[in-house]
Design a protein around this ligand. Structure first.
Ligand code: LIP
Length: 265
């Protein structure tokens, strides 16, 4: 298998190149269609960026597998898999709301070993390799120092099902008085990178897909943060929790579990 460094550099390069493609397509007339609901949208730029990423990965690592949001999955012969979101925050991309990214994660059998998340509006690359620390461009980043839960700024997101959003909003109402405030930026990969660089103290969201969080969860861990994934207690859905410290992560998990599973349409 290639060294982690080789995979990290490739993830950085591919994410940057795909971000340039997305940025250059931003002002063109977008072709938009919907997926799981009328609010779950995908554009021709999502698909073009995914096709580009798949082509580049195949060029360099033809034996690797690929898991991609818009369906370009590929089963390779190697133990290495690339987990890619060509545009995380598609709704924001369509609206021009400045929070969308390209996310490229690399995992071996049971370990995420490389991650790159390109913040397109800010023109900044978050990246990490297992054991290497976490970086934003060339600067090392670290989660914010621990604060009291009542002073914690928490990021979150909502699903594409209206019933699910209502259920998620009820949970939000149950904790908003116990934390500093909430931020909803609309791209899980960036929410987690914001946590890694100290712009948030914590983050939670249910119903994410691996391409939303794989790269950014590694960046959070390598920035000294805590990531809690699915456990036996969680009755359904992929609950992703990130925090600057374990106490806050445990608080978020303890508070959200009674509300799971969030209803679906
Ligand atoms: C988005 C996630 C975000 C979530 C949105 C949406 P997409 O991914 O990154 O955290 O709240 O509803 O699912 O669909 O833009 O790639």
């Amino acid at each position: 298998m290639q060294s982690y460094q080789t995979l990290v550099e490739a993830a950085k390069t591919f994410a940057t190149e795909a971000a340039n493609l997305v940025r250059s397509s931003r002002n063109e007339q977008l072709s938009i269609s919907s997926k799981s609901s009328i609010t779950d949208m995908v554009t021709d730029v999502d698909k073009a960026a995914e096709n580009y990423l798949v082509e580049r990965i195949h060029q360099v690592f033809p034996e690797h597998s690929i898991i991609a949001e818009e369906g370009s999955d590929h089963k390779g012969s190697s133990e290495v898999s690339w987990i890619i979101d060509p545009i995380d925050g598609t709704t924001n991309f369509i609206y021009g709301f400045p929070s969308y990214s390209v996310s490229v994660g690399v995992r071996t059998h049971d370990d995420v070993v490389a991650g790159a998340v390109y913040n397109i509006p800010e023109n900044a690359l978050y990246w990490s390799g297992k054991g290497m620390g976490a970086f934003k461009n060339s600067s090392q980043i670290h989660v914010r120092d621990k604060v009291a839960i009542s002073k914690s700024l928490i990021g979150t997101g909502f699903g594409y099902s209206a019933l699910r959003r209502v259920a998620q909003a009820k949970f939000l109402a149950s904790i908003i008085g116990e934390v500093r405030d909430i931020r909803r930026a609309g791209a899980a990969s960036l929410d987690l990178c914001f946590l890694a660089e100290g712009r948030l103290d914590g983050y939670y969201e249910a119903g994410l897909w691996p391409w939303d969080y794989t790269a950014a969860a590694l960046i959070v861990r390598e920035a000294g943060g805590t990531i809690l994934g699915p456990t036996d207690e969680e009755p359904s859905g992929e609950l992703t929790i990130g925090a600057s410290n374990l106490e806050l992560a445990d608080f978020l998990r303890r508070k959200v579990i009674p509300f799971l599973p969030f209803e679906e349409d």
